[in-house]
Write a protein that binds this ligand. Structure first.
Ligand SMILES: O=C(O)CCC(=O)C(=O)O
Ligand SMILES: [Mn+2]
Length: 292
C-alpha cells in the first residue's frame, strides 16, 4: 500500500512538471498576435478607450488618380446680340447669329395675334418603332414643295399669308439670303416641345441657312455638339448652349451647324404662355436635294 502511494505521488509530481513544460512551450512558440504599430503608453488601457486618438497619427497620403476625372461641361448661355462661331470642324464652321428685337415688341404683339388666329395649325402624328404619337406642338407648312421630316410629309402650300410674305422679305433684306419655304411651330404651353434633332434632311441641301423668328413666350433653345466618333454616340461630355428666344428675336443658323450640332426646345416645369416660331428655309426638289 505504501509503495503504491509513493508510486502515484511520483506519477502526479512528474505529470505536473510535464504540464508546466507543455504550457511553457505553448506560450513561447505561439504566433504573435497582431499589435498596433504605435504601442499604447504603459497603463493607457485599450485603444478604443483612450482619448488621445493615437490613430490620427496615421498619415494619409493623397494619391492622384491615374486618369484625370472627366467633367460634364456646364452649358454656355448666349443671350447677347452677335455672331457666334460655335465650332470649326473639317465639315466647316458652325455659326449662329442672334438678333434680339429684330421685330420691335409693339409690332411683334399684333403679329403674334394674327399668326395665332390665321395660320392653319395642325397636329401631326409620328410613328416610331410601330408606335404612333402626336407631336407635342402644332405645325403648318408654306412653300411650293412638300417637306418630309421624321417620316411625316407636309404637303405643299403656296398660299402664303401676307404677313408671312412680309416677314420673309424683311429677313431676306437683312440677311442677304433668300428662302422659299417656312415651317411654323406653335407651342401652346410649357408641355409643348421639339426634341433633339438637326435640320439636315437631304431636301435642305448642304450647309443650310435657317432663319428662325420667335413670337410670344420666351422659350430656351438648346444646342449640343454632336459627339466625335470615339464617343460612340454618347452625348454626356459634349458642349452645350442655351439661348433664350424671346418675342421678336431672330436666330440665324449657318455653315456646318446642322451637320455638327443638334438643337431642341425642351418642355418647361413652370407654366408658359403660347409661343410661335417661324423657321424659314430653302427646300430643294428631292431626291438628291439639288436644284435642277
Ligand atoms: O421652335 C424653335 O425655336 C425651333 C424649331 C425647330 O427646331 C424646327 O422647327 O426645326
Ligand atoms: Mn429644327
Amino acid at each position: 500500500m505504501d509503495s503504491n502511494f509513493s508510486f502515484f505521488q511520483t506519477l502526479l509530481f512528474n505529470g505536473e512538471i510535464l504540464f508546466h513544460v507543455l504550457l511553457f512551450f505553448l506560450f513561447a512558440l505561439a504566433p504573435e498576435a497582431p499589435v498596433a504599430s504605435s504601442p499604447a503608453p504603459a497603463g493607457a488601457g485599450p485603444a478604443w478607450r483612450r482619448k488621445d486618438h493615437s490613430h490620427t497619427q496615421k498619415q494619409f497620403v493623397f494619391e492622384k488618380p491615374s486618369e484625370l476625372e472627366r467633367k460634364v461641361p456646364e452649358a454656355g448661355v448666349i443671350d447677347k446680340p452677335g455672331v457666334y462661331e460655335l465650332s470649326k470642324e473639317p465639315s466647316g464652321i458652325s455659326r449662329i447669329h442672334l438678333i434680339p428685337g429684330f421685330i420691335d415688341s409693339e409690332q411683334a404683339d399684333w403679329m403674334f395675334q394674327q399668326l395665332l388666329q390665321d395660320i392653319p395649325w395642325g397636329q401631326r402624328t409620328h410613328i416610331r418603332q410601330e408606335v404612333s404619337f402626336e407631336e407635342p406642338r402644332l405645325t403648318s407648312w408654306y412653300g411650293e414643295l412638300p417637306y418630309t421630316y421624321s417620316r411625316i410629309t407636309m404637303q405643299p402650300n403656296p398660299n402664303w399669308h401676307p404677313l408671312l410674305t412680309m416677314l420673309k422679305q424683311r429677313i431676306e433684306e437683312f440677311t442677304g439670303h433668300t428662302f422659299n419655304s417656312l415651317l411654323c411651330n406653335l407651342y401652346r404651353n410649357e408641355k409643348d416641345s421639339v426634341d433633339w434633332h438637326s435640320d439636315d434632311e437631304p431636301s435642305l441641301g448642304k450647309n443650310p441657312v435657317i432663319a428662325s423668328l420667335s413670337f410670344g413666350a420666351t422659350r430656351t433653345f438648346e444646342m449640343r455638339k454632336k459627339p466625335s466618333p470615339e464617343e460612340n454616340g454618347d452625348y454626356t461630355y459634349v458642349e452645350r448652349l442655351k439661348i433664350p428666344l424671346d418675342h421678336g428675336t431672330l436666330l440665324m443658323m449657318e455653315g456646318a451647324t446642322q451637320e455638327d450640332w443638334q438643337h431642341r426646345v425642351p418642355k418647361e416645369y413652370h407654366s408658359r404662355d403660347a409661343r410661335i416660331n417661324l423657321t424659314f428655309r430653302i427646300i430643294y426638289p428631292e431626291p438628291d436635294g439639288v436644284w435642277k
